[in-house]
Design a protein around this ligand. Structure first.
Ligand SMILES: [Zn+2]
Ligand SMILES: [Zn+2]
Length: 127
């Protein structure tokens, strides 16, 4: 098991509403057509165990910075496939990594045909 990453804290869980949705593995992707930074993240709620796939996009073009952070309430089977893929990448922080997982994600917006309810990733207040 990997230790939880330092950083942005916890998000509100789409399933139970507690501020306990925690980010797990993160994959850095090459910049897209209208984003400078793209990350795919797996998230898991520490309270109820619900899992999600989150996508974070940041753009530094145009006036000011803008970002989007949303999640898919993906079924468990999908999450397991994604987690396997992310864990099999030797260098998740390397955007130009040539592994199969990176290639699949870099190919399109939604290589795994993610399904499930979309929800906004809402940072839970600290404390
Ligand atoms: Zn929950
Ligand atoms: Zn990779």
């Amino acid at each position: 098991m990997q230790p939880p990453p330092p950083g942005p804290g916890c998000f509100r869980c789409y399933a139970c509403g507690q501020p306990t949705l925690t980010l797990g593995c993160t994959l850095e992707l090459p910049p897209g057509a209208d984003s400078d930074e793209v990350q795919v993240q797996l998230a898991r709620c520490r309270a109820c165990g619900a899992g999600a796939v989150a996508v974070y996009e940041e753009s530094r073009r145009g006036a000011g910075e803008s970002w989007r952070h949303w999640g898919y309430a993906a079924p468990e089977a999908t999450l397991r496939i994604l987690e396997e893929g992310l864990l099999s990448c030797p260098t998740p922080q390397r955007r130009s990594c040539p592994c199969a997982t990176h290639r699949a994600w870099a190919q399109g917006d939604d290589p795994y045909e993610l399904q499930g309810a979309l929800f906004a990733m809402e940072l839970a207040p600290a404390g």
